[in-house]
Design a protein. Structure first.
Length: 251
């Protein structure tokens, strides 16, 4: 049985929440007593998850394109209208981009990866922080990657965009250190999700070979760590990087 973190009465907003890591986090939050706003470009998939997790009393789905500021702000407003507050943000939406050498990397693909992975995280943080400041409470977790620490070959845009998420988290954590708002990020090793469909088998094999535990991380394991990071118990650490890489990262 999973450890329980008390999220009763809290409202959580999860971007890219309809599947993969985001879905696992949404499920864990509901099991911990939170009400969850599932934001995703795929409203049909997000709505199906919301129904599975208990419908309007526990969850609600909202369409959101994280690269579009107007879409993010509108989704934020809809969440506030529905639930009245936002206590927790998990900025999870992300893509990998192509697995090619830097000198062959299409500029359009590079810009798309940074738009989703970095701009999308910034916009989500920007949207919710003022509401948290007004209440002097908040927990923010940005989903980065061990690739942001170490840099994966043939994934320069993904690695660089996730490194930017780590730095953004550290900066915002310092900016909000005087408030009861914790801003941290998690750097998981690869998990078997739909994001694997964007990678070559060679790249997947490379990532597995780098993990001392010799397996991919389970999405439920990531969700467990995030649940603690979003609880009131995580009251001192901010601007932190929580590693869940199976021994791959050494710092």
């Amino acid at each position: 049985m999973a450890n329980q973190y008390d999220l009763n009465g809290k409202v959580a907003l999860v971007t890219g929440g309809a599947q993969g890591i985001g879905r696992a986090i949404a499920e864990r939050f509901v099991a911990s007593g939170a009400r969850v706003a599932v934001l995703d470009r795929d409203l049909k998939l997000a709505s199906a998850l919301a129904e599975t997790l208990g419908g309007k009393s526990h969850t609600a789905a909202f369409v959101c394109d994280v690269v579009d500021e107007a879409s993010v702000m509108a989704a934020r407003d809809h969440v506030l209208e529905t639930f009245g507050t936002i206590d927790i943000l998990v900025a999870n939406a992300g893509i990998t981009g192509p697995n090619v050498k830097l000198w062959d990397y299409p500029l359009s693909a590079w810009e798309e990866v940074f738009a989703v992975n970095t701009r999308g995280v910034m916009l989500a943080n920007k949207a919710v922080v003022p509401t948290m400041i007004a209440r002097n409470y908040g927990r923010i977790v940005n989903i980065a990657s061990v690739a942001g620490k170490e840099g994966n070959p043939n994934a320069s845009a993904y690695s660089a965009s996730k490194a930017a998420v780590i730095a953004l988290t550290k900066s915002l954590g310092k900016e909000l250190a005087g408030q009861n708002i914790a801003v941290n990020c998690v750097t998981p090793a690869a998990a078997k999700t739909a994001i694997f469909d964007q990678m070559t088998q060679e790249h997947i094999d490379y990532m597995l070979a780098k993990i001392p535990r010799a397996r991919f991380v389970e999405v439920a394991e990531i969700a467990s760590l995030v649940a603690f990071m979003c609880s009131a118990e995580c009251s001192f650490t901010t601007g932190g990087v929580f590693d869940i890489s199976g021994g791959r990262a050494t710092y």
